[in-house]
Design a protein around this ligand. Sequence first.
Ligand SMILES: [Zn+2]
Length: 112
Amino acid sequence: MTKCYICEKGNLNKGKVDYKLHGVNLGKFDAEICDRCGETFFDEETSRKMTKTAKEEGLWKLEAETSVTQSGNSLAIRIPRKIAQFLNLRKGTLTRMHPEEDKLIIETLKDS
Ligand SMILES: [Zn+2]
């Protein structure tokens, strides 16, 4: 049996795991799962399938780096078009923001 590449103590068992990206579950994919640390490994073919599925669902490359800018007396962050489209953000969309450790969480509020 193959030993885990991370903890080097556990054994790898074949199984299926959910692949989640940006909070969307893209389904179950073949994986090898460590019975000790729980780390999961995917072979090349499975990785290709996962990438393909993510692209088909419009979830590929939704991460972006952006600099904080100044807008009047406030600071502003530009939201890339791709992320805005994914979240259905428009000019005037109501949001609520709060810090969480070193992250800035921005929720969109549903119109009531
Ligand atoms: Zn392990």
